[in-house]
Design a protein. Structure first.
Length: 313
């Protein structure tokens, strides 16, 4: 969306400026009958924080009436402005069946319309994607948790030049706060440790079938769906590396390498967890062992963000 306005910025830089790095495990909130686990902050927050930091003016709205929502989408597209929309994954026609689930917080960019079809840029399904008018209504107005209610957002005024230095610093400080200082035990580093304790309890408390279901969804959200746990750890490492050059701070390059190791450890959890879901009997695939890996992830992330917090910018 920034590229449309000729602003050259990388995805990692947007993620860092928008303080997208986060973690939350919310057992009281169910998605597909399993506890919700998220590995980044809400996409709407990343968009809003990035725009505010860069001085970008934007509009964001939701609707009760599907017809009004579609009319507004068409009105903005007629001006040639790309529009972000929040949708459900389940009804997206260009998603393969194995990717479809009742997840209402997917975001994509609509950048044009021809006849009765919309052109869509999607972060998961690359290339030119098309969706019909009726399917667009269907994906914008599903029911269930986090129903998007036709939510859409777009940029209205973008500065011709931008300095990313202060926004990058502010983004780092915000991520440090969210990972270390939020006073809620299900969020940030504390949330990862809480998640580890929950994983350890699952087979005893719910039995192997339900435990496997919970673990499988956690891995799905970690590796495949938009919360992208390990992938976002690698992306944040790329942001720190880019910020090191931008801010002339070599210590950020060292921390970016540590962040890469954090992503590797999360990937290790995903691999062994997937083996567990296939009923492998070996001890290294047990829930206790997986919980220890998560504790390692928490320790590593805490170390990274405490180092970042100590830097005097």
């Amino acid at each position: 969306m920034l590229g449309y306005f000729k602003i050259k910025i990388t995805e990692p830089m947007v993620f860092g400026i928008g303080a997208g790095y986060s973690f939350g495990h919310l057992p009281f909130m169910k998605i597909n009958y399993s506890p919700a686990t998220t590995f980044r902050t809400l996409p709407g927050k990343v968009f809003g924080r990035t725009c505010n930091s860069l001085g970008v003016k934007f509009e964001r709205m939701a609707f009760r009436n599907p017809q009004k929502a579609m009319d507004e989408l068409d009105r903005v597209l007629e001006k040639g402005i790309p529009v972000g929309v929040q949708v459900t994954v389940f009804y997206l026609p260009f998603f393969p069946p194995e990717y479809r689930m009742h997840y209402n917080m997917h975001n994509m960019v609509v950048y044009g319309k021809e006849n009765n079809e919309y052109f869509v840029a999607d972060s998961i399904i690359e290339g030119e994607n098309k969706i019909s008018y009726q399917d667009m209504i269907k994906v914008r107005f599903p029911k269930g948790a986090f129903a998007p209610n036709g939510k859409m957002y777009y940029m209205t005024k973008v500065p011709k030049t931008m300095d990313f230095r202060k926004p990058a610093i502010d983004g780092i400080k915000k991520s440090c706060n969210e990972m270390l200082d939020v006073p809620f035990w299900m969020i940030g580093v504390k949330g990862i440790r809480f998640f580890a304790r929950q994983v350890r309890k699952w087979p005893v408390k719910y039995g192997n079938k339900i435990a496997s279901q919970y673990l499988n969804q956690s891995i799905l959200f970690l590796e495949e769906v938009g919360t992208g746990g390990a992938g976002y750890r690698f992306m944040y490492g790329a942001f720190l590396n880019e910020a090191a050059d931008l801010l002339q701070r070599d210590e950020l390059k060292e921390i970016s390498l540590e962040m890469g190791k954090v992503g590797d450890r999360w990937r290790n959890f995903s691999y062994l967890g997937a083996r567990n879901c296939k009923n492998r009997p070996e001890p290294e695939f047990s829930y206790d062992y997986l919980a220890e890996i998560l504790m390692d992830c928490a320790d590593m992330e805490e170390k990274v963000f405490r180092k970042l917090k100590k830097i005097k910018f």
